[in-house]
Design a protein around this ligand. Structure first.
Ligand SMILES: *Cc1c(COP(=O)(O)O)cnc(C)c1O
Length: 400
């Protein structure tokens, strides 16, 4: 029987386009690794037969060399609110964080601090620490509530004339706190700093309008809500106004002005291609193109509306089924401040997660005691949420 909420969900039919949708497995980790689209199998085999196998090295001239910028433009238009020429794909989020942080601090000489919060994703904190050490800068930490995130008040207290760069996550990986990106960007700019947004947990699930917000720099994954597949390359955004002045530290030939001149020294390409370094991973860009087309078809506004409804339903079931067993909601209750996942805490959640994986219910565990449910809007049904939440209660009851 169809769940009452699936029956009225305008996006319900999209779920059938994902591999495994017909199985009883409950997938609560689409925010860590999105499911593949069924279109991916034929696309991959077509690519091998026709493009790679048929065109061979001619493929670079015909299509592949420009692909990172072309997909970047599509990503900008469909999910990032970025005009063409400001987004490219390649490397991992970690490597792009390094490139952009280095470029940003070099563009603010005389300023000595990078501002970030203690609960930002580990790789963001580690890269910032490395850049600070390398460039003789200091990290200025914002302490945050682990069930929330960085507020305008907290940021305003941390920035000042010493701030070169502010590094923030749009959606907090642990709590799902949805930062007020336009307001925080304004606060960083008022202090004369640049701002770098990590969009890993928002790109493809929460509408982002980088140009309108006046953002300087952004990075994000494509294997989470953009379903690009394990290790698919990340994207970076650099606002057009900064492109002439920002240069990145990994000066490779494919970011140079004329790669095939094979010249004696490096000069950066004039546009966003200057943020590329070496040969782009074309195979890793196949799946995200189909997913972007799907998000475009559904509309990012409708995707967000379903995301809010799914997380609200999980919160409601949490209150009903889990709160009596001592489980606490560790995400914002206000959907306007919450991204696409929900975290519930209990001292036994590590064991609960292990028990659930055994039963084909796949959430994530995050310390301290957090069960994280990522509800990818186009591939998750309300029936799946209800079944999963009931099994969480069962697993917890079995352990207590
Ligand atoms: C997933 C995630 C990353 C991952 O970085 P990789 O280089 O792809 O491993 C970075 N930052 C945030 C906020 C993330 O959620």
């Amino acid at each position: 029987m169809t769940h009452r909420l699936d029956a009225t969900d305008p996006l319900a039919a999209y779920r059938d386009r994902f591999v495994g949708a017909e199985t009883p497995l409950v997938y609560f980790d689409g925010n860590s690794l999105g499911r593949p689209l069924t279109a991916m199998g034929p696309r991959l085999s077509r690519f091998v037969e026709e493009e790679w196998g048929g065109r061979l090295i001619r493929g670079w001239d015909e299509r592949w060399l420009e692909l990172p910028q072309r997909i970047g433009d599509d990503l900008g238009r469909v999910v990032l609110g970025a005009a063409a020429g400001q987004v490219t794909i390649g490397d991992s989020t970690t490597v792009l964080l390094y490139k952009l942080m280095r470029a940003a601090v070099a563009a603010r000489p005389g300023r000595t601090e990078i501002v970030l919060d203690r609960d930002n994703f580990p790789t963001d904190r580690y890269v910032a620490a490395g850049v600070a050490e390398e460039c003789g800068l200091t990290l200025r930490w914002i302490d945050v509530d682990l069930t929330a995130g960085v507020t305008p008040e907290l940021l305003a207290d941390a920035v000042g004339e010493r701030t070169a760069l502010v590094v923030l996550s749009h959606v907090a990986y642990r709590s799902a706190w949805l930062a007020d990106a336009p307001e925080l960007t304004r606060i960083a700019h008022d202090a004369g700093a640049l701002v770098l947004w990590d969009l890993c947990h928002s790109a493809g699930s929460v509408p982002v309008t980088l140009d309108e917000w006046g953002v300087d720099l952004a990075v994000g994954c494509t294997y989470k809500y953009l379903n690009g597949g394990p290790g698919s390359p990340a994207f970076c955004y650099v606002a057009e106004r900064h492109l002439p002045e920002l240069t990145q530290p990994i000066q490779g030939w494919l970011g140079s002005v004329d790669p095939f001149l094979m010249g004696p020294s490096y000069a950066p390409a004039p546009g966003i291609r200057r943020f590329q370094s070496g040969t782009p991973p074309i195979l890793g860009m196949l799946a995200m193109q189909d997913m972007l087309a799907l998000v475009k078809e559904a509309g990012i506004g409708a995707v967000r509306a379903k995301s809010v409804a799914l997380t609200s339903y999980a919160v409601e079931l949490g209150d009903e089924l889990l709160a009596p067993a001592g489980v606490v909601l560790a995400s914002p209750r206000d959907p306007a401040r919450r991204g696409g996942h929900v975290t519930f805490t209990h001292p036994l959640m590590r064991e609960v997660t292990a028990a659930l994986w055994e039963r084909d219910v796949v959430p994530d565990y995050r310390d301290p005691g957090g069960l994280r449910l990522g509800l990818s809007p186009l591939s998750t049904s309300y029936a799946e949420v209800e079944r999963g939440m009931r099994l969480v209660r069962e697993a917890l009851a079995g352990l207590t």
